[in-house]
Design a protein around this ligand. Structure first.
Ligand SMILES: [Fe+2]
Ligand SMILES: [Fe+2]
Length: 407
């Protein structure tokens, strides 16, 4: 017995389309191997096929008229045609060529349920797989956990906090280096954590400590691998942090201590995927033509890694017990309007991320590089954006060498 297969999908979303095609393909192959049928080939409709225009179906009919084929296997009858008359015509053509039509699933079966279930199973098992990997990601240094507890405790004192931070001299000196970087622009050097706490506040120091620890955990010792550019990644994060601060001051009149660390950490999920699901993440990364189109980025992450960078960062943030204000930004920075009212920090970081893309990639200003919904919600026009961009550039110029910020 020999056969050919036929698959087709009209899903517009490319991920949904690929998934639907893959499921049909897998079912046809499994069916043939179970029933000892020699599968000659599978005809797959191109993505611009329509209900009334199926070029591959015509090729299939031509193929079976020339080469004896016992069966034409489809996932479901309706994949051939949803119109009864057309369906009858095709069946007739098959009969003429001495071939029979074999649907794997009855039209009465609820295919949507089957598809959704298969998709969810694969997603759930992948999410679990990633979650298990997260178990092996080092935990945050004890110092950071203690500091996070102290920030929540109204009775804690700057002395206690400074003492705890000094237990990890490496981290303490890194935080002091950040505080003394040109970014904060203090005239005199700040030489103690206690002084830094008094000037910058608990939340800022907690954020810097957290960022410094995460930088230490996730920066590979020898990143010769050119596939993922860590310097560029941290530069993008730092510019997002700076932009976030400018935006919160200008648009929200907020002097927010947390926004800087939110900007630094917003794309944490990307380095988790890069380090803990490397091969799949590289496939997703390379398949993405426009790295500035979050829809495409997230679709490919979902397709290849079964979990997106916001989701995986959120899972880790929960695992690490990070403050919920931070885990919310990790999860929602690409879709801040998912909540109503939206999370202000996520809105700010969404906008900051677009500015950072323009600056990091030295692109010309283009309103299309921003999230339309965020702009509409914040009622921002080109002029407002250009003003913010100018201000952000001034802030960045203060730092000079961005790469030295973390080192
Ligand atoms: Fe992101
Ligand atoms: Fe980003």
């Amino acid at each position: 017995m020999n056969a050919v297969g036929y698959i087709c999908s009209f899903e517009e979303n490319s991920y949904a389309r690929e998934t639907e095609l893959e499921i049909q393909r897998v079912h046809i192959i499994e069916y043939c191997s179970k029933n000892n049928i020699k599968l000659e080939k599978i005809f797959e409709e191109p993505k611009d096929a329509r209900h009334d225009f199926k070029p591959e179906l015509l090729s299939l009919l031509k193929y079976i008229s020339k080469k004896q084929t016992d069966e034409v296997i489809v996932f479901k009858d309706e994949k051939l045609a949803d119109n009864r008359i057309v369906k009858e015509w095709i069946k007739n053509e098959l009969k003429k060529a001495n071939s029979k039509l074999t649907p794997i699933i009855n039209d009465s079966d609820n295919v949507i349920d089957i598809l959704v279930e298969e998709h969810q199973n694969s997603k759930a098992s992948k999410a679990n797989y990633i979650k298990n990997k997260i178990e092996v990601i080092p935990s945050l240094p004890e110092v950071v956990n203690k500091v996070m507890e102290l920030v929540q405790d109204p009775k804690s004192s700057a002395n206690q906090m400074a003492q705890i931070i000094s237990y990890d001299p490496g981290l303490a000196s890194r935080v002091l280096k950040m505080v003394n970087s040109a970014y904060y622009g203090f005239e005199k050097q700040i030489s103690s954590i206690q002084h830094a706490l008094a000037i910058l506040g608990y939340s800022t120091i907690r954020g810097l400590l957290l960022s410094a620890s995460i930088y230490r955990i996730f920066t590979p010792k020898n990143s010769d691998e050119k596939v993922f550019d860590y310097n560029k990644f941290w530069r993008h994060s730092l510019i997002t942090a700076i932009s976030g601060q400018v935006i919160s001051k200008k648009l929200f009149n907020l002097k927010d201590e947390e926004i800087f660390s939110m900007g630094l950490l917003h794309d944490l999920g990307k380095i988790i995927l890069e380090q803990y699901d490397h091969d799949n993440y590289m496939k997703a990364y390379n398949a993405t033509q426009n790295q500035f189109d979050p829809k495409e980025v997230l679709e490919n992450e979902e397709k290849f890694c079964a979990i997106t960078h916001p989701e995986v960062a959120y899972v880790l943030a929960e695992h690490w017990n990070l403050p919920s204000s931070i885990s919310q930004v990790l999860l929602k920075h690409h879709y801040p309007l998912i909540d109503s009212p939206p999370d202000t920090h996520s809105l700010i970081i969404n906008l900051a991320n677009s500015f950072s893309n323009i600056i990091t990639e030295e692109k010309d200003f283009d309103v299309h590089l921003f999230d339309v919904e965020t702009l509409l919600y914040l009622k921002l026009d080109d002029e407002d954006l250009l003003e913010l961009l100018e201000e952000i550039h001034l802030e960045i110029d203060k730092i000079g060498n961005l790469d030295s910020f973390f080192k």
